[in-house]
Design a protein around this ligand. Structure first.
Ligand code: SF4
Ligand code: SF4
Length: 98
């Protein structure tokens, strides 16, 4: 059996988790997969449907680094949704130019 046949046998399913670290806007996302490529913990995989946002395979493993959001060429196509525990520690900042 060659490599392609072996790859075709692979299946993946989303590992359930109460956290929802990323929110995609399907109107803005073009499915370029740059966010999936840059994720250092590889929790995203390309969507089997071309042009659709990547699948968040391991939502519980996101560490909210924001690299995926920064890499996205379409502002607003992907947003981080921090868990409540993180949000309680947020500190309001001011733009230094104001
Ligand atoms: S925030 Fe960081 S760890 Fe989470 S999906 Fe994006 S790149 Fe990966
Ligand atoms: S980088 Fe942006 S446009 Fe590309 S797949 Fe990710 S969310 Fe969609």
């Amino acid at each position: 059996m060659n490599l392609v046949e072996e790859m075709n046998k692979l299946t993946a399913s989303i590992v359930p988790c109460s956290a929802e670290p990323l929110v995609y806007d399907e109107e803005l996302c073009v499915g370029c997969n740059r966010c999936a490529d840059v994720c250092q913990v590889d929790i995203l995989i390309p969507n089997p449907v071309k042009g659709k946002p990547p699948v968040i395979l391991y939502p519980g493993e996101c560490y909210y680094c924001g690299s995926c959001v920064m890499e996205c060429p379409n502002k607003g196509a992907i947003k981080l949704q921090h868990p409540l525990m993180n949000r309680a520690k947020f500190v309001e900042t001011r733009n230094p130019s104001e």
